[in-house]
Design a protein around this ligand. Structure first.
Ligand code: C2E
Ligand code: MG
Ligand code: MG
Length: 539
C-alpha cells in the first residue's frame, strides 16, 4: 500500500470531525434556546417555575412541541449534511491521491528510463545493455541456447571531432544509431555502450548463416556515404563478435571479449574479428599499456627531468622539463614511446596538468631556496585545441604562486597546423596572460612561413636533426644559419637543441644563436642533480 493510501482514513476522520463540530455546537445552542423558551412560557403562564408548570405549559402550547422537536431535526440534518460533505471530500481526496500516485509512478518510470537511455541516439545505454545481457544469459541458460554479442566501433569519430568539431561528431553517432535501428530486425537489442561504440545482442536463430547475414547487412547499410557540413563521409568501423556461452558466461566477460575482438579488428584493419581465446592482445596492444598509463599518474610512476637552456652570456635562467615514465617492469620509458599513446587516447590534458603542476611546484620550491629558474613545458598537439587550456594554466599558476613570466610553452608546427584558427585563439589567450611561447622542432613540420610571423611566439627552437651534425653536413649548417636569421628578422630568439660537441657550440655562437641546449652542456637531469650541476658551474 502506498504512503498516500495509508494517510487517507486519518485525513477523512479529521475532516469529518471538523464538519461535525459546528453541527454539534448548533444543536447545543438550539437545545438551550428551547429550554429558555419552555421556561419563559411556563413563567408567563403561572408566574412561578415548577415541574408541574412546565408540563402544563407543554400541554397547553402546541408551538412548544414543534420548538422542542427542532433541535433534534437540526441535529439529524446536520449529521446528514456533514456525512455527505465528508463523503464528497473523501472521494475528492482519494481521486487526488490516486492522481498524485499515478504521476509519481510515471515520473519514477521516466527517471529510470532516462538513466538507462542514451540521450543522443535514444538507444539503451551501457548499464541498460548489461541488464539486457544478464536477462538473456539467464534465459539462454534455461533454454540451453546460445546467442551473439557484437561490438561496433566507429573509427572515424576522432577525426570528425578533431577536424569538423564535436557537433558533427554527435551527428555522425546519431546517424549511425538511426541507420542501425532502422535496418536491424526488432529481435536484436541495440545499445550505445560508449562514445563511439554500439553493441548488439543477436538472439539464437536456427539458420546457421544468420549472424553472417546480420553482419553483412550492417556493413552494407553503413557503407552508404553520409553528408556532414558539405563533406561526404564514409564510415570506417571495426566489429568484434563474441558468443555465449563459450566466450563468457557473464555480461562483463562477454562484453570485454567482444570489445577485444573489435579492438583487434581495428588494429589489423579487417572489418570484423570473431573472439578467440588465442587472440594475444598484447601483440596488438597498447590496450594494457593504456590502462597502465592511466594508473601511472596516480601511482606517481611519472617523473620529470630538467635540461638547462644556456644563454649566449653563459647563464642558465631557464630549463626545459621532460617527462619520463618509470615502469615497474620495463624500467624507464622515454616520452616518444608513450606520449603518442596518450595522444591517441585523448589523455593529453591529464598529462599536461600533471607535468605542469609538478614542474611549477618545483619552480616555486627552488624560488623559496633562492634559485630563480623559469621552466619550458612541452605541449601535445591536442593541448592547443582545448579552449579550457588557458584557464587550466591559470589555476595551476595560482595554486603554485609562480609568476606567468616563469613559464614558457613549447609548441610544434603540427600543433598549430591541426586546426589553425582554434589553436590561434588559445594562443592569443595564453599570450594575453603574459606566458611566452616557443616553436619547438622548427624545420621538421610543414607550416607556411607566413604563419610564423602571425604567431605570438617569441622564440624558435631549431630541430636537433639539423644541429647535431651541422659541422659535417653543410646543408644542415646552412639551414641552421637560415633559421637563426629568420628568427632574428622576425624579432624572435633562436634556440639550438641537440648540441653534442664543442665545435657545434662554437659554430652556433658565431652564428649568433641566442640559446643552446644539448648533451654537451647537460643531459636532462633530476631536480636535485640539476641544482648540483648549477652549483658546480658557479664554482
Ligand atoms: P623535445 O621537446 O624536442 O625535447 C628535446 C629532446 O631532445 C629530449 O628528448 C631531450 O632529451 C633530447 N635531447 C636533448 N639534448 C640532446 C642532444 O644533445 N642530443 C640528442 N640526441 N638529444 C637531445 P626526450 O626527453 O626523449 O623527449 C622527446 C620528446 O618528447 C620531446 O622533444 C617532446 O616533444 C616530448 N616530450 C617530452 N616531455 C614532454 C611532456 O612533458 N609533454 C609532452 N607533450 N611532450 C613531451
Ligand atoms: Mg621541447
Ligand atoms: Mg625539440
Amino acid at each position: 500500500m502506498s504512503v498516500f493510501e495509508h494517510a487517507m482514513p486519518l485525513n477523512i476522520r479529521l475532516l469529518k470531525s471538523k464538519v461535525s463540530k459546528p453541527a454539534i455546537n448548533g444543536t447545543l445552542i438550539a437545545i438551550l434556546a428551547v429550554m429558555v423558551a419552555n421556561v419563559a412560557v411556563c413563567y408567563a403562564e403561572n408566574h412561578v417555575l415548577t415541574i408541574a408548570g412546565l408540563i402544563e405549559a407543554q400541554k397547553s402550547n402546541i408551538a412548544l412541541w414543534f420548538l422542542n422537536l427542532m433541535p433534534f431535526s437540526f441535529a439529524v440534518w446536520g449529521q446528514y449534511v456533514s456525512n455527505i460533505v465528508a463523503q464528497e471530500a473523501d472521494t475528492m481526496i482519494i481521486d487526488h491521491t490516486h492522481e498524485l500516485w499515478d504521476k509519481t509512478r510515471e515520473l519514477r518510470k521516466q527517471v529510470k528510463m532516462e538513466s538507462q537511455i542514451d540521450q543522443l541516439t535514444g538507444l539503451p545505454n551501457r548499464d541498460h545493455f548489461k541488464q539486457l545481457l544478464r536477462a538473456i544469459i539467464n534465459r539462454s541458460r534455461q533454454d540451453k541456447t546460445n546467442f551473439t554479442v557484437m561490438v561496433l566501433s566507429i573509427n572515424t569519430i576522432q577525426e570528425v571531432n578533431d577536424i569538423l568539431g564535436y557537433n558533427q561528431g554527435d551527428e555522425l553517432i546519431k546517424h549511425t544509431g538511426d541507420i542501425l535501428k532502422k535496418n536491424l530486425p526488432d529481435s536484436i537489442s541495440l545499445s550505445r555502450i560508449s562514445g563511439s561504440e554500439f553493441a548488439a545482442i543477436i538472439p539464437y536463430q536456427k539458420q546457421s548463416n544468420y549472424i553472417q547475414g546480420i553482419r553483412d547487412e550492417i556493413f552494407k547499410v553503413l557503407a552508404q556515404p553520409f553528408a556532414v557540413d558539405n563533406l561526404t563521409l564514409i564510415l570506417k568501423t571495426s566489429m568484434g563478435i563474441a558468443t555465449y556461452p563459450q566466450d563468457g558466461s557473464n555480461p562483463e566477460t562477454l562484453l570485454r571479449h567482444a570489445y577485444i575482438a573489435s579492438f583487434v579488428s581495428r588494429k589489423t584493419e579487417v572489418p570484423f574479428t570473431i573472439y578467440s581465446p588465442n587472440i594475444d592482445v598484447k601483440q596488438f596492444s597498447d590496450l594494457h599499456q593504456i590502462a597502465e598509463l592511466v594508473n601511472a599518474m596516480d601511482k606517481n610512476e611519472f617523473f620529470l627531468q630538467y635540461q638547462p637552456k644556456l644563454e649566449a652570456d653563459g647563464v642558465v635562467r631557464e630549463v626545459e622539463v621532460l617527462v619520463r615514465w618509470m615502469h615497474p617492469d620495463h624500467g624507464m620509458i622515454p616520452p616518444d614511446k608513450f606520449i603518442p599513446i596518450i595522444e591517441k587516447n585523448n589523455m593529453t590534458k591529464e598529462l599536461l596538468q600533471w607535468v605542469m603542476s609538478h614542474a611549477l611546484h618545483q619552480i616555486a620550491h627552488w624560488k623559496a631556496q633562492g634559485i630563480d629558474l623559469a621552466v619550458a613545458i612541452n605541449l601535445s598537439a591536442l593541448d592547443l585545441l582545448d579552449s579550457s587550456l588557458p584557464e587550466t594554466i591559470a589555476i595551476i599558476l595560482k595554486e603554485t604562486g609562480v609568476d606567468s613570466s616563469h613559464l614558457k610553452l613549447e609548441i610544434t608546427e603540427t600543433t598549430i597546423m591541426t586546426d589553425h584558427e582554434r589553436a590561434m585563439n588559445v594562443l592569443k589567450k595564453i599570450s594575453d596572460m603574459k606566458i611566452q611561447t616557443s616553436i619547438d622542432d622548427f624545420g621538421t613540420g610543414y607550416s607556411s612561413l607566413a604563419y610564423l610571423s602571425l604567431l605570438p611566439a617569441i622564440e624558435v627552437k631549431i630541430d636537433r636533426s639539423f644541429v647535431m651534425d651541422m659541422i659535417d653536413n653543410k646543408h644542415n649548417s646552412v639551414i641552421v644559419k637560415a633559421i637563426i636569421d629568420l628568427a632574428h628578422n622576425l624579432s624572435m630568439k633562436a634556440v639550438a637543441e641537440g648540441v653534442e660537441t664543442q665545435e657545434v657550440m662554437d659554430s652556433l655562437k658565431e652564428l649568433g644563436c641566442d640559446y643552446q641546449q644539448g648533451y654537451y652542456i647537460s643531459r636532462p637531469l633530476d631536480a636535485s642533480a640539476l641544482i648540483e650541476w648549477l652549483q658546480n658551474r658557479d664554482k
